[in-house]
Design a protein around this ligand. Structure first.
Ligand SMILES: NC(=O)c1ccc[n+]([C@@H]2O[C@H](COP(=O)([O-])OP(=O)(O)OC[C@H]3O[C@@H](n4cnc5c(N)ncnc54)[C@H](O)[C@@H]3O)[C@@H](O)[C@H]2O)c1
Length: 447
């Protein structure tokens, strides 16, 4: 078997493949594709495979997701109902039935990889998806894992499950890992123009996966093997996590020192080399930053016995930010002799990033918890979020931005959706805490 991971076959350095003639001429059996897990990652993969002329089955364990997609309803921000309808006309069908995947040539696994209650990796969905694929696997098929995970998962967790089919990876079927780099809400960098990293169990596995993706994306980047591809994604996310923690910590002591840290970042960002600007905020949210670095630190600890101190420190700093924001609200009220207990605060924007509807892992959740502990009455205004509960208690949704800002003791800007009129918010608010540094200097209290 040609093992790519031991560097014997691939160049030791990363190789960038553009539309390499030889690859495109390979016989590629990827005309039927099954995407397992039809969420923020899987649905765009299914959409792009359909656009590239492949026949696409979507598999998901959620009947709600499957039923909605089959009648043209999207549950993902970046894909509209109209686009789902187009997918359907191109032949896409969603299913909860593993039997519908029999005979498929390429399987792409995009299931969630959350944290287990103890903080370690929870790979149950990857295992379950592996079982589904194993039950339909045929000779010469290609299986790709896209879910973010620790190095070694594809080879030591997924491969043995797939081989229950009686087929051997790298011999009878092809196995690869390709991390998803989707950035919800980003219209500049899309699925097609973001380079796709691919690592294969063998050279042939790598080439098959590369040829599959080159039908959909402009550029594929070859990693030496499965573990390098898995680790590359974790480096990207850990890099963000650590740098966000750095600016969060600096923002906190800058506030105590009377230094406008937003102005500091703007000044530093003028350096044309060697510096990339990161910005403080109320905490980290979403699927990647708060979760993925934990996969890596857990893996490093269990595989080597030592800790990944950068990640653990970043985790500690970033997770303190919601409570710090609540303390800044309290300070703002104190200045005017108002007790936090019984005061009213409206949260402006509660999603984990701007201009999307996703509240999963949003730091706004911990901000609510901290404010509630102080006895604050919390409401929210967010045009993207129709209802929102924290710890089973519904948060009052304001539909009248002007009224709620004027009525509440503090307006707390957590997310800067582009529909917000900052000048209006600044003028109307009795007190405004801006956690994104987007108001004019001096116009509001900034983090
Ligand atoms: N959302 C992002 O921005 C993003 C970016 C890069 C990577 N990722 C990674 O991609 C993976 C998927 O993330 P997502 O955001 O698409 O998740 P998601 O929650 O939006 O979607 C996951 C889908 O998988 C389904 N599912 C769960 N278990 C399943 C199973 N056993 N078989 C089939 N379907 C199953 C769920 O019902 C859901 O529809 C994760 O590993 C995540 O870390 C996410």
């Amino acid at each position: 078997m040609d093992v790519v991971g031991n560097h014997s076959l691939l160049d030791a350095r990363l190789t960038i493949h553009k539309q390499v003639k030889g690859l495109n001429q390979m016989k590629v059996q990827s005309s039927t594709v099954a995407v397992l897990g039809l969420g923020y990652v899987g649905l765009p993969v299914a959409q792009n495979a359909g656009r590239a002329g492949m026949v696409v089955r979507g598999f998901d364990i959620s009947p709600r997701v499957v039923e909605a997609l089959n009648v043209g309803q999207s549950h993902v921000d970046d894909i509209s109902d109209l686009e789902v309808e187009t997918m359907l006309t191109q032949g896409f069908r969603a299913t909860c039935e593993p039997v519908d995947l029999v005979g498929i040539e390429t399987f792409v696994i995009c299931v969630p990889t959350p944290l287990a209650p103890g903080g370690g990796p929870d790979l149950d969905a990857v295992r379950q998806a592996g079982e589904v694929v194993a039950s339909s696997l045929t000779r010469n098929a290609l299986v790709i894992l896209e879910s973010t995970t620790y190095p070694g998962t594809t080879d030591s967790v997924l491969r043995p499950i797939l081989e229950k089919s009686g087929l051997i990876a790298g011999v009878d079927f092809h196995l690869a890992f390709s991390p998803e780099r989707i950035d919800p809400g980003n219209s500049q960098f899309t699925f097609a123009n973001t380079p796709k990293i691919v690592g294969g169990l063998t050279r042939e596995c790598h080439d098959r996966a590369t040829a599959f993706y080159l039908k959909m994306v402009d550029k594929v980047v070859s990693a030496q093997g499965l573990r390098e591809a898995e680790m590359a994604k974790l480096l990207e996310n850990t890099y963000r996590h650590v740098n966000i923690a750095l600016v969060n910590e600096m923002a906190r002591f800058s506030a105590d020192l009377g230094i406008d840290f937003w102005n500091v970042i703007d000044a530093a960002a003028t350096k044309p080399f060697g510096f990339q600007a990161f910005y403080p905020g109320p905490g980290v949210g979403g699927h990647c930053i708060p979760i993925d670095p934990n996969y890596l630190s857990h893996y490093v600890r269990s595989a080597t016995g030592y800790s990944f101190r950068f990640v653990e420190l970043a985790q500690e700093i970033n997770s303190q930010m919601p409570a710090y924001v609540a303390s800044r609200v309290q300070k703002l009220l104190n200045k005017d002799g108002i007790a936090a207990m019984g005061s009213t605060v409206v949260l402006l924007g509660v999603t984990y990033k701007a201009n999307i509807a996703d509240v999963r892992e949003s730091p706004a959740i911990d901000v609510v918890r901290a404010l509630r502990q102080m006895g604050v009455q919390v409401s929210y205004y967010d045009p993207y979020v129709m209802d929102w509960t924290v710890d089973g208690i519904e948060i009052t949704r304001s539909t009248d931005l002007k009224f709620s800002i004027q009525a509440c003791d503090v307006a707390l800007l957590l997310q800067n959706h582009s529909v917000f009129d900052l000048a209006e918010i600044t003028t109307l608010a009795k007190r405004l805490l801006d956690t994104r540094g987007v108001t004019e200097p001096g116009a509001a209290e900034r983090l």
